[in-house]
Write a protein that binds this ligand. Structure first.
Ligand SMILES: *[C@@H]1O[C@H](CO)[C@@H](O)[C@H](O)[C@H]1NC(C)=O
Ligand SMILES: *[C@@H]1O[C@H](CO)[C@@H](O)[C@H](O)[C@H]1NC(C)=O
Ligand SMILES: *[C@@H]1O[C@H](CO)[C@@H](O)[C@H](O)[C@H]1NC(C)=O
Length: 340
């Protein structure tokens, strides 16, 4: 067949039709949570509270779970202020998700009886303890794994089989950029977040055909009270390295997470730096959209060099801090000698 302009024209039209079909038909429509039961752990502050607000704005029945009763009542009072529909139901449960599975299962079971089956389980409860590997206390590492991993594991373990049976549901797991790239001072924290990431990837693959979507949130530094707390224990190197990505407001992260969760996107990230790191470190994660994958395929080669540069840059920071520490020590011992 000769390549006449008619053939080229027809091919062009066919391509255009495919692209239009892709954009308008295949594009995911967000799910609705109006009147649906959404449970949010860690929902009394930070990203969790912002998510509770977003879900309430979208008309959901919201249950917030956290430990502190007073903060929980504050969260519910806030939800009442932004109530969208008179029949919306807001409730809270004080629960230490670091307790045993049976207790988590019992509380979630009671919740389902009083509000209805859980349609979306948003796992936001988490904590951060930073420090050099050998500096973090052994019991703190157990605490980190317990709250960050087992807390989300136990809640997910309870709801997932029910969601699969119902053929619908949304699970959100809040991990971190530290689950893509373990950096200085984040040892056990990063390990707990990596564990969540691995769990999310697995259950996403296992649940998709059952109508359950899984979203893995990978936020960078977020301006929350938890973050302020974590800054206190952070080594200087960690602050410089991790602070390079800037500080994002929790409202922004929460909006992005809910949007991705309702669209059924697996990955939820905010900002160019998170995108870059996630693409490089998580290339095998299920990135949605053929064009997204095509884009990654074309740029990942050269961008890989950026990763190399990033490591060089971070190592430079660590060396610089070490030099400064040595100089500080030397000047201190000089002072002592002078005093003597
Ligand atoms: C999760 O359940 C297991 C098994 O019952 C229990 O050992 C663990 O402490 C629980 N962890 C959390 C955080 O709920
Ligand atoms: C949400 O709460 C309202 C008011 O209690 C109730 O009528 C509705 O059935 C609830 N929806 C679910 C899914 O539980
Ligand atoms: C973080 O949030 C607090 C209170 O919401 C605000 O005062 C502060 O300016 C924020 N910090 C940054 C760096 O945006």
């Amino acid at each position: 067949m000769e390549l006449t302009w008619e053939v080229v024209f027809c091919l062009g039209i066919a391509l255009l039709i495919h692209i239009l079909i892709f954009i308008f038909v295949m594009a995911k429509r967000p799910k609705s949570i109006v009147g649906r039961h959404v449970v949010i752990t860690g929902g009394s502050k930070g990203i969790g509270l912002c998510l509770a607000v977003e879900c309430a704005m979208k008309g959901a029945n919201v249950t917030v779970i956290a430990r502190d009763e007073k903060m929980l009542r504050g969260a519910i009072a806030l939800l009442e202020v932004i109530r969208q529909r008179p029949e919306q139901k807001f409730q809270h449960r004080s629960l230490d998700i670091g307790s045993d599975y049976d207790q988590v299962a019992r509380v979630l079971g009671e919740l389902e009886e009083s509000v209805g089956d859980i349609y979306a389980m948003i796992n936001c409860a988490g904590m951060a303890i930073c420090g050099l590997f050998e500096e973090v206390a052994v019991e703190d590492v157990h605490k980190l794994m317990n709250v960050n991993f087992f807390g989300s594991y136990n809640c997910t373990r309870y709801v997932l089989p029910k969601m699969k049976k119902a053929g619908e549901g949304i699970i959100v797991l809040t991990s971190s950029q530290a689950a893509i790239f373990g950096i200085y001072g984040y040892g056990p924290y990063a390990a707990s977040k990596y564990a969540l990431r691995a769990m999310a990837e697995t259950i996403a693959m296992e649940s998709r055909s059952h109508g359950v979507s899984v979203t893995l949130a990978l936020p960078c530094d977020t301006n929350t009270t938890g973050f302020e707390e974590e800054e206190k224990s952070k080594p200087r190197e960690t602050k410089i390295i991790s602070g390079g990505g800037g500080l994002i407001e929790p409202e922004v992260i929460a909006k992005a997470i809910l949007k991705d969760a309702l669209k059924g996107n697996f990955i939820s990230i905010v900002g160019a730096q998170s995108w870059l790191i996630t693409m490089l470190g998580g290339a095998l994660m299920p990135w949605d959209g053929f064009f997204t994958n095509l884009l990654h395929a074309t740029i990942i080669g050269p961008v890989r060099l950026l990763g190399y540069g990033l490591h060089k840059h971070f190592n430079g920071i660590i060396r610089k801090c070490a030099r400064e520490d040595r100089a500080l020590k030397a000047s201190k011992s000089d002072d002592i000698k002078v005093e003597q």
